[in-house]
Design a protein around this ligand. Sequence first.
Ligand code: ADP
Length: 569
Amino acid sequence: MTNDTQSPALTDGFHLVIDALKHNDIDTIFGLVGIPITDLARLAQAEGMRFIGFRHEQHAGNAAAIAGYMTQKPGICLTVSAPGFLNGLTALANATTNCFPMILISGSSEREIVDLQQGDYEEMDQLNAAKPYAKASYRINKAEDIGIGIARAIRAAVSGRPGGVYLDLPAQLLGQSLDAEHGRKSLVRVVDPVPRQIPAPDSVQRALDLLKGAKRPLILLGKGAAYAQADAAIRALVEKSGIPYLPMSMAKGLLPDTHPQSASAARSYVLAEADVVLLIGARLNWLLSHGKGKTWGAPKQFIQIDISPTEIDSNVAIAAPVIGDIGSCVAALLTGIEAGFTKPSADWTGAINERKEKNLSKMAATLALNPSPMNFHSALRAIRDVLKTRPDINVVNEGANTLDYARSIIDMYEPRKRFDSGTWGIMGIGMGYAIGAAVTSGLPVVAIEGDSAFGFSGMELETICRYNLPVTTIVFNNNGVYRGTDVNPTGGKDVAPTVFVKNARYDKMIEAFGGIGYHVTTPEEMTKALLEAIAAGKPALINAVIDETAGTESGRLTNLNPQSAASKK
Ligand code: ADP
């Protein structure tokens, strides 16, 4: 940080940003360089941080967001001004929507020119553009405020309900110099960034009373429960209460999917039949049919554990809100359960098991088929059997049918190992999440991708190869969005809107960057390729040829497609 011994030692905005991040144990930046932040990235690396450079900011942002989800520390994404910032903004909005802590740091152009709209290079009022999509947005204007500004951004990202924070760093700020001693003293180490929030005892009692009176109780675990890292307490609550549970997709593995109390294989039955539902870190949004309607059957009462009080009554009335951090809330409920609790009746658990067995054997029969060409089920069976042997592997999953089928077929055994399209149902998280997960965990990643979903982030294969990450990408290739058989009704020269180049060789893409490509057409070839790729620990891509007629429009979300007047006729 010092210059020379003659003149007073100086520091500058560049150094202070890096010093402030390191001071808070942040050791990795995901980003993409350019004006005015290239030197910031160089300096980060020179100062011992890891800088992972991407080909598009959205994927850097997604990597940062998933790193935040995995660690409870904000993932950092660094971008250039205006266009780079906007590319990163999608990831920031996605992080906020999913309650993942991240900080999008963007360089910005000269304030006085931007504010008078005098046409600067990459001119944009980024702070205001970010506001609607971020949990908090800040700009630092003075070098001596960098320490407090970064502390504020970190605390905003991880405390309470986590989310995305935007931090605006004008180019001028980075160049500002400051007395080094003054700068050092201006740094702030955030104390207790994720403070426990203890639930009120009466709210816990209300919840316990409701749970104890339930005839057909159900626990619903969301990704908030996985994020909270209260794994042992949650498992103890489930097991000591004997209540059947359902994991939301990213909560799969919080308890192993093979757990006898998992009601996943009887999902529709338990949602419809339960009389009291304990929500732990799960919102009653579209993914849960807003807590009402046919899915939920008869009226029921909800207990909801959440850190955000305004989540309560968001869609339906919540009979027993328990506000606090999941670790503290679950521990309090557990104490109450241990003091005396009658496990659910055999009527309830027996009925669930009956459904489970029926559905599981139906699924087993479908999975055992070996159609030619291979379909989603037979390909996923092969992947499932390989992943069963490596429960430590991170799984990324996106697509329409590829997401729906993989979610139900691929079992997870460990917490925070499954990363998918989440709350928005976003496509394009694939390679960003894969890189973020590989860098953060140091463990292999298998990204199970629809061919359409993969396209959004496919260029990041180069990033994966550049950093030699142990990521195996499997592209379910059925020649199109949803499937590859649609035709242009006019007979014109353009293909239908859902159709891609037929028989594309995605495996050749990764070979261009030195990775290993596989082209598979049978489950046996899939097994062999995946085992080999995982053992190699190197970047690999498996082009999995799937029956192009397989797949339904929008996967299981057909109901969300508005019908055109013409097709109604
Ligand atoms: P899913 O999509 O899996 O159902 P959601 O993202 O809808 O999960 O819900 C996560 C919920 O968890 C959010 O309402 C969020 O406020 C809450 N949450 C996140 N972290 C914590 C925590 N540490 N303690 C309590 N609640 C949390």
